[in-house]
Design a protein around this ligand. Structure first.
Ligand code: SF4
Length: 348
């Protein structure tokens, strides 16, 4: 049984004072921890990385005046549920529900609120918008977690979207591999398979720590990959969870061994109530620099920031290009010293 309040949680594991005091703070993201997550939390260690991701603490109350919508998604909403911020892609918020609520959730203005599932009318509105905006090539099906919808609802949603625009790449965004791997039943997979025509689906996972790649989670992801759907991971850099190069290296290779491409490592967004889980940018850059030396290019995620006020995504990395001098580029080696590389002589 999933746990949705501290009283229930306290019956399962001893809570720290910081966790108990979450009760006393003002409105915050709801608490919901699924069975599968509970099974991998270390119940005797308040610093357990998985526990930090899901058990709320009093620190969510640190009102820093940060935004509840730093990416300005509300301003870029074009229908009730469709956010169109970049010209070639959009995000469709198909539900506000998840199987478990991550304490670092950047969309906490919406996640777990009363909006619930997308209605048929809202699907129609979004489909019409996609038909009119041919510049959109990719749509993220997100929320919330799309797999909290029933099989029939997912079937209807995919049928409507595919009939509106079969040429769009739909990204299936989910954390359910960690929070509810049992959700991926043969009947659900058969529905996904039925809609695999036109442009491909892409599977977008969020594994933040190597321990999250449990046997059940990996088996569920594999069932998508075996159907021909490529899987990518979008991790979030979180203090006390994965803010070390050792953990990142282990995560990258655990993903790759299971055929999941480490795609993004996100710097935490400036969302009110999440500052205690955010890693400093200085530390993030150090981790990125060291990780690049330890893993191959294919195992390396892009350390990326989604700039405040809807400024867009920027890949963060050490500045290797020192400058151009007398026709020679001076480029820092990730290992030692620098090297020269000539600028092309355009007359040749
Ligand atoms: S699964 Fe995604 S949308 Fe749901 S709480 Fe976690 S980060 Fe937020």
């Amino acid at each position: 049984m999933a746990v949705s309040n501290l009283e229930e949680l306290e019956k399962i594991m001893p809570l720290s004072e910081d966790e108990k005091k979450w009760r006393e703070i003002g409105p915050s993201l709801s608490m919901l921890i699924s069975d599968h997550i509970l099974s991998i939390i270390d119940k005797n260690d308040p610093a357990d990385p998985i526990r930090r991701e899901f058990v709320p603490t009093r620190f969510e109350n640190i009102g820093s005046g940060e935004s509840i919508d730093p990416l300005m998604e509300v301003e870029h909403s074009r229908t009730e549920r469709l956010i169109h911020r970049y010209s070639n892609r959009a995000a469709l918020l198909v539900t506000s529900r998840c199987f478990a609520y991550c304490r670092h959730c950047f969309r906490r203005r919406f996640t777990s609120n009363d909006d619930g599932k997308i209605s048929k009318e809202e699907i129609r509105e979004a489909s019409n918008y996609l038909k009119e905006h041919r510049e959109i090539r990719e749509v993220l099906l997100t929320g919330g977690d799309m797999f909290t919808l029933s099989d029939d609802e997912i079937d209807y949603l995919l049928r409507e979207l595919k009939s509106a625009r079969e040429d769009i790449i739909y990204r299936l965004c989910t954390r359910a591999f960690l929070s509810a791997p049992e959700r991926f039943t043969p009947s659900l997979l058969a529905i996904i398979k039925r809609h695999m025509h036109g442009a491909p689906f892409l599977l977008m996972c969020q594994f933040n720590h190597p321990r999250e790649l449990t046997e059940k989670a990996v088996k569920a992801v594999s069932s998508f990959i075996d159907m021909g759907i490529p899987a990518f991971n979008q991790a979030v850099l979180l203090e006390g969870v994965n803010d070390s190069v050792d953990v990142q290296e282990e995560l990258s290779y655990a993903l790759l061994y299971n055929r999941i491409k480490p795609y993004y490592l996100f710097q935490g967004d400036l969302v009110d109530g999440t500052a205690h889980l955010r890693c400093s940018l200085r530390k993030g850059l150090e981790i990125e620099k060291d990780l690049r030396k330890r893993v191959s290019g294919v195992a390396m995620p892009q350390y990326t920031i989604d700039l405040p006020e809807g400024g867009g995504k920027v890949v963060l990395t050490e500045n290797y290009v020192l400058g151009l001098k007398d026709g020679m580029w001076q480029i820092k080696s990730p290992f030692q010293g620098k090297r020269d590389y000539p600028e092309k002589d355009e007359s040749v």
